[in-house]
Structure formats: structure tokens, C-alpha cells
Design a protein around this ligand. Structure first.
Ligand code: ZN
Length: 102
């Protein structure tokens, strides 16, 4: 980024110059630079956080989906078992009736 030297006002390109090219002053303590660095760090952190939140949300949705799917499966298995038992009972009763009548 480009900042201005606190001592002589010369423009410094922080990507190229370590110190002021005109007067040689160090700019590490420059407020402009500090503010910009903080802003960038914050943005990086926030961006990272945002991505993490997004991933957590996706995982939660997948978990809910899996849970729902498993519940549906259990429901289906339950229905099949109840159906089979009912059919077995009906056959059993019919056999008994047949035995009594026959
Ligand atoms: Zn300077």
C-alpha cells in the first residue's frame, strides 16, 4: 500500500520500500499503516470466521437431514414389522378357525 512519510511527507510504497526513500525514516509505527494492517487482519479473521460459520451451518443441515432420513427409515421398518405381524396373526386365526370347523 501507499502511505506518506510522517517526517517528510514523501509517498512510500510499503510493498517496495522498507524505510522512507527520501529521508530514510522507518514507517513501522506509521498510524496509517497500522490502521490498514489492523483492518486487513480483521477482514482476514472475519472472512475466516464467516467461512467457518458457513461450514458449521452446512454440517448442521446435513445432520438434520440424516436424522430425518433415519427416522423415516425406522418408521418404514416399524410399519413393515406391524404389517407382517398382523398378517401372521390373521393367518394363525384363520388356521385355528379352519381346524375348529374342519
Ligand atoms: Zn521521509
Amino acid at each position: 500500500m501507499k502511505i506518506y512519510c510522517d517526517y517528510c511527507g514523501t509517498q512510500i510504497d510499503t510493498d517496495k520500500d522498507i524505510t522512507c526513500p527520501h529521508c530514510g525514516a522507518a514507517y513501522a509505527d506509521d498510524d496509517e499503516l497500522k490502521t490498514e494492517q489492523k483492518r486487513q487482519e480483521r477482514q482476514l479473521l472475519l472472512g475466516d470466521l464467516d467461512e467457518k460459520m458457513h461450514r458449521i451451518q452446512e454440517q448442521e443441515i446435513m445432520k438434520e437431514f440424516e436424522k430425518h432420513r433415519k427416522e423415516k427409515n425406522l418408521e418404514l421398518i416399524g410399519k413393515v414389522i406391524v404389517g407382517a405381524l398382523s398378517l401372521g396373526l390373521a393367518i394363525y386365526v384363520m388356521c385355528k378357525i379352519g381346524a375348529i370347523l374342519g
